[in-house]
Design a protein around this ligand. Structure first.
Ligand code: C2G
Length: 130
């Protein structure tokens, strides 16, 4: 059985998020998703997510392609999460291309191209302009 693991904030859930999760799940038998905590997101992006970490976890856990979720408390804990969930494959979007290659000592590392023309930031801008 191959477990796939991926990480993200998944704020204001959209089709780009669903695409990468569906593609990640198709690489193995089980998909575990680390949801960036509100505090980690503020560190990474300098703003609070629109949806709370509880809501983001609930939304991702409810998807057909997702087998389990956990809170990602720090970018530096990936090795621990990979081992804890016995992940054989780490999937990331290609906005992180090369950044996680060091984990290839622990598991296969795969980067998928981002879905073009959609992002949480652009959705927030559209909503603001209404
Ligand atoms: N994504 C995508 N296409 C888009 C937007 C996002 O494929 N148009 C992917 C990203 O590449 C990422 C995932 O969806 O793999 C989640 O995106 P974000 O919520 O922006 O998460 P990110 O800030 O990249 O968090 O430990 C790493 C981080 O927690 C990753």
């Amino acid at each position: 059985m191959t477990t796939v693991i991926t990480f993200g904030t998944f704020d204001v859930f959209h089709a780009g998020h669903l695409n990468i999760l569906t593609r990640a799940r198709a690489l193995g038998d089980r998909l575990m998703v680390g949801i960036s905590s509100d505090a980690l997101n503020e560190q990474k992006k300098g703003r609070k997510p629109v949806y709370s970490e509880q809501d983001r976890m609930q939304i991702i856990a409810g998807l057909k392609c997702v087998d389990g979720v956990f809170l990602e408390e720090s970018l530096e804990l990936k090795a621990q999460y990979i081992q804890q969930y016995h992940a054989g494959i780490l999937v990331m979007g290609d906005d992180w291309q090369g950044r996680f290659d060091s984990y290839s000592a622990l598991c296969r590392v795969v980067y998928f191209p981002r879905t073009p023309s959609i992002s949480t930031t652009s959705i927030i801008e559209v909503v603001k302009s209404l």
